[in-house]
Design a protein around this ligand. Structure first.
Ligand code: FES
Ligand code: FES
Length: 163
């Protein structure tokens, strides 16, 4: 297999690695960088467990080749906490019980953050639509939606949304 040398910034750290050209971003993160927070579920773009943000946009890391992301910025679940503090969405997930087996949670968090960037005060309908690519077989989606709404409130407490 042909090898390619790529430079990818993950969670604000620059990595330069030579990998087989067919290495997916998911394999690159988990096997090359040992960032195992990003989970492998279906490996075919159906479950969302492998979701990361690329240049701020959610992407299934099992579907994209690492070589295609040369020069890009990736955010994974390991990059969410800052200065030893969980991201408000992580805190909200814990607080409302939106985490059970936790397998889907990293992908949910990244999709949730992309959603909050798009809709700082989302309605339940917007949450349902934006999160439909992330499958959770444990919690039902009500608590995940509760957590996203709680995080929205904490990130912008002066905003009222009656939607
Ligand atoms: S593992 Fe990538 S979408 Fe399921
Ligand atoms: S918490 Fe188990 S699949 Fe989501």
């Amino acid at each position: 297999m042909q090898q390619v040398t790529i430079q990818i910034t993950v969670n604000d750290e620059v990595y330069i690695r030579t990998v087989p050209a067919n290495t997916t971003l998911l394999q690159f993160l988990r096997e090359e960088l040992q960032l195992t927070g990003t989970k492998e579920g279906c490996d075919e773009g159906e479950c969302g467990a492998c979701t990361v943000l690329v240049e701020g946009h959610p992407m299934n890391s099992c579907l994209v080749l690492a070589a295609e992301l040369d020069g890009k910025h990736v955010l994974t679940v390991e990059g969410l906490a800052t200065d030893g503090r969980l991201h408000p969405l992580q805190e909200a997930f814990l607080e409302v019980g939106a985490v059970q087996c936790g397998y889907c949670t990293p992908g949910m968090l990244l999709s949730g953050i992309a959603l909050l960037n798009l809709y700082p005060h989302p309605t339940r309908e917007q949450i349902r639509k934006e999160m439909e690519g992330n499958i959770c077989r444990c919690t039902g989606y009500a608590r995940i939606a509760d957590a996203i709404m709680l995080a929205a409130e904490r990130l912008d407490p002066n905003h009222t949304n009656n939607a």
